[in-house]
Design a protein around this ligand. Structure first.
Ligand code: SOE
Length: 398
C-alpha cells in the first residue's frame, strides 16, 4: 500500500468483471469509505473486462479510474494492492493464484473455485502468503441479522444445535424458455444451483452454528436440459437470441441433501432456481436444545428467536428487528427501523476487508473456509452420483 495525500494508507483496488457481482462490489467500494471510518483510503483504480468499449463504459458508470482488457495487466499494476475477482468460476483459480504470486490481497467471489483441487491450490497459495489477505465472498454472513444469529448460538441462547434447516430458493430459470447463461455451463460455473446458491447456505449454516458439515446424502436434478441461446444479459435475466438456437444445460437445476453437523445435529439443505415466487429466499432455521432461530433473507432485517426457558404460557417466537445501533454494522447507516438491503452486506464485506488488510489480520471467510465449503459441495456431487444411500420405495410391482 502507498500513502495517500493525507498520509493515510491508500488501498488500490482492481476488479476483474463488471456484471451483476461487479456492480454490487463497485457500489460497496464506493460506499464503504462514505459510511464507515476506514483506516485507509480506497482507490477504485482499475477494472478489467474483455470488451474495450463495454469495460470503459462500466468504469465510467461504476466509478473506476482506469479500464483494461487483460486481467493480467490489472494484476501486474503498481496501482493495485487488492484484486477483487467477480468473474465466472472458471477464472477464479488462475486470477487468484496470479494475484497472490504478485503480492496482492484477494477478494474472490463464491464458490471459491470450480473443484476441490483448484480450491486446495488457492488455499495453499494463500497460506504460503500470510502477509496477504485472501477472502471469499460469502457475503450473506455480513447481514446484521445473520451476525446476531451467530452471536446468539455462540452465547448458548439456543443450546446445543439439533437441527439445521437451510434453503436457498430462487425462480429465475423456472421458465424453460429462460435462456442459457454461464451459470448453466459446467465448464464456467463448476456446478449449478449447488455451487451458485447452495454454497451460500452451506456457508451460512456453518457460520451461524460454528460447526462443520461432516457428511451428506444428496440428490441433484436438472429439470430443463436444453434452453435457448442467450443474446444478452442484465443482472440474472437474459433475452434469448430469437434465432431458435438452443444449447445444453450442463449443471444441476436443484440440489437437495441431508447432512450431519460436527456438533451432532442433523441438517437439511435445499438449493433451487425453480421455486416460482421465491426470488432470493435464503432461509435458515436452527433448533437447539434451548431454543430456535429463524431467518429469511426476503425479510432480511428480522431474526426470529424462540427461548425455550420462557414460561410456556407466554413463550413464542420473538420477532427481533435487527436495525438497532447495537447490531453489527448498523450504527454506520440509518436510524433504528430504517432497514438495510441486499447491497449493504457487500459494503460490510469491503469494510472488514480493508480493516483486515491494514491490521494485518485475516477476516473470514478465508480461502481455507472456501476450501471447506468446496469439499462439502464435492461430497454432495459424489453422493448424488453414487446414489449409495438412496433407497427406492417399493411399489406393488416390485
Ligand atoms: C444467482 O443465482 C446469484 O446472483 C448468485 O450468484 C449470488 O451469489 C446470489 O447472491 C444471488 O443470486
Amino acid at each position: 500500500m502507498t500513502a495517500s495525500a493525507a498520509d493515510r494508507p491508500r488501498l488500490g483496488v482492481g476488479m476483474v468483471g463488471y456484471a451483476f457481482m461487479g456492480v454490487a462490489h463497485s457500489q460497496a467500494w464506493r460506499n464503504a469509505p462514505r459510511f464507515f471510518d476506514l483506516p485507509a483510503d480506497v482507490d477504485m483504480a482499475v477494472v478489467a473486462g474483455r470488451n474495450p468499449a463495454n469495460v470503459r463504459a462500466a468504469a465510467d458508470r461504476l466509478g473506476w479510474r482506469r479500464a483494461v482488457t487483460d486481467w493480467r495487466e490489472l494484476v501486474a499494476s503498481d496501482e493495485v494492492d487488492l484484486v477483487d475477482i467477480c468473474t465466472p468460476g472458471d477464472l477464479h483459480a488462475q486470477i487468484a493464484l496470479a494475484a497472490l504470486a504478485a503480492g496482492k490481497h484477494v477478494l474472490c467471489e463464491k464458490p471459491l473455485a470450480n473443484s476441490v483441487a483448484e480450491a486446495q491450490e488457492m488455499a495453499d497459495a494463500a497460506a504460503a502468503a500470510p502477509g496477504q489477505v485472501a477472502m471469499v465472498g460469502f457475503t450473506y454472513r455480513r447481514v446484521p441479522a445473520v451476525q446476531l444469529a451467530r452471536t446468539l448460538v455462540a452465547d448458548g441462547r439456543i443450546g446445543q444445535v439439533r437441527h439445521v434447516r437451510a434453503q436457498y430458493l430462487q425462480d429465475w430459470i423456472a421458465d424453460p424458455q429462460a435462456p442459457l447463461s454461464w451459470r448453466l455451463d459446467k465448464q464456467k460455473a463448476g456446478s449449478g444451483a449447488l455451487g451458485d446458491i447452495g454454497a451460500h447456505v452451506v456457508d451460512l449454516a456453518q457460520f451461524v452454528t460454528g460447526e462443520e458439515v461432516t457428511g451428506v446424502s444428496a440428490v441433484l436434478e436438472t429439470f430443463v436440459t436444453e434452453r435457448p441461446v442467450a443474446e444478452e444479459f442484465t443482472g440474472l435475466s437474459g433475452s434469448s437470441s430469437g434465432s431458435g438456437a438452443t444449447g445444453p444445460v450442463t449443471v444441476d437445476d436443484a440440489a437437495v441433501f441431508l447432512g450431519r453437523m460436527s456438533g451432532g445435529g442433523l441438517a437439511t439443505f435445499e438449493a433451487t432456481r425453480f421455486a416460482y415466487g421465491r426470488k432470493n429466499a435464503i432461509r435458515l432455521e436452527i433448533n437447539g436444545s434451548a431454543g430456535s432461530l429463524a431467518f429469511d433473507f426476503e425479510d432480511m432485517n428480522v431474526l426470529h428467536f424462540f427461548d425455550a426457558h420462557e414460561p410456556a404460557a407466554t413463550a413464542g417466537f420473538r420477532r427481533i428487528v435487527v436495525t438497532e445501533p447495537e447490531h453489527a454494522y448498523v450504527a454506520a447507516w440509518w436510524p433504528a427501523g430504517h432497514g438495510l438491503g441486499y447491497e449493504h452486506a457487500f459494503t460490510h464485506q469491503a469494510v472488514d476487508l480493508v480493516r483486515g488488510v491494514v491490521a494485518g489480520e485475516h477476516p473470514t471467510p478465508t480461502f481455507a473456509d472456501g476450501l471447506q465449503v468446496q469439499r462439502v459441495l464435492d461430497a454432495v456431487e459424489r453422493s448424488a452420483a453414487a446414489q449409495s444411500t438412496w433407497t427406492p420405495v417399493t411399489t406393488s410391482a416390485s
